[in-house]
Ligand binder design. Sequence first.
Ligand code: HMG
Length: 395
Amino acid sequence: MTVGIDAISFFTPNLYLDLTDLAKARGVDPNKFTIGIGQEKQSVVPPSQDSVTMAASAGSMLLTGKSTDYINSISEILFASESGIDNSKSGAVYLQTMLHLAKNVRTIELKQACYAGTFALMTAFDYVSLHPNERVLVVATDVARYGLKSAGEVTQGAGAVAMIVSSDPKLAGYNHDSVFQSQDLMDFWRPLDETDAIVSGKFSQEAYETFFANAWQDYIRRTGRRIADFKAFVFHLPFTKMGKKALDQIIDQADGQQQQNLERNRLAGQIYGRQVGNIYTGSLYLSLISLLDHGDVQAGDLIAMFSYGSGAEGELYSLTLMENYQQAIKSHVQKDLNARQRLSVLEYEKLFKLFPKSSDDQSLMNEYDKSLFQLAEIKNHQRIYKAAVSKLLIK
Ligand code: HMG
């Protein structure tokens, strides 16, 4: 029996910052951002968006129009995030209500920096392997904040990827070939009382490269596969240059023609990340959608997936594309990205400083946000969510 990703969707807020504008405002050569880092734009969150609203928007794209039987077959909601909204209650419980899922569903939040989305997916694969008639909703959702005028500012972003895991999946089958590694490192972290990440930038890049090189060695030793078996490598992309740095370490193992093919597909896999920025847990899976929308791939192809989460943990595994995989992509990412509103640097800075604290009662509705699900207000330390279209009070 094949287990894998049955459907996938992506949501990002409808606001963006052009990084050439940011470079000029920060007195930096724009080529450093667009070529050196490899980022063109970044999504910006209004105060009415958070990891829960973004996950609900992405999740609703997968569930809209589905039958009651389908909805009731979802037994678990796995909420992967490093920008959760509560230290106790899981974001997944909010989703159960917001997405009208059944009560007899397991809900849990998972954290290990950007790696948690992959762990959630692996847990879902395991569950469905034992319960082939059931489905799991996996969401990987984050707001990436480093701070105004910090070195990491150019790599911020926000968004959520939602996936349905099932048996006989329509998008891609998992090949049960994961290799993984953990090591206690301080390359990037965010203490509980901080809103912005703390990062040792160069060290984090070195750690990412080392984890990928080690994972690849381990993978080929355990599986007997070679680089020639793969049609594409898909990467967690904190910024798009990182994927190039990783692949460059092993590309010499391919012959000349395949090097060109892998490079073309690497570029296809970074088209969306270049316009969105780092979305932490969902980044690898946004890269997958980007590859599938723009790459030279077809059903039956073997795709290598590299997940890295600071702190640090890495995992390399492969997916095999299924027939008609295009129909399992439930969002029109480029259309949504083109429809975003461009902010000036001043507008972005204003919104950045409005990041809401749960201790202050406040209304968060604003003129910018056009999303289906919004954080309407914070009252008595509670987040009050609304579905904007139906004007339905969710909580
Ligand atoms: P920086 O120090 O400002 O940049 O920070 P730099 O001086 O290293 O320059 C960056 C690149 O631009 C260099 O290229 C320069 O040569 C080039 P490289 O040598 O690396 O190939 N450059 C130019 N190119 C063209 N024209 C120019 C020009 N000037 C310079 N005029 C840094 C960069 C990425 C460190 C910073 O943005 C940062 O700290 N970002 C956040 C950390 C990060 O993303 N780390 C990635 C690995 S860790 C990871 O992926 C996990 C993560 O997602 C978190 C999680 O797991 O939760 C972050």
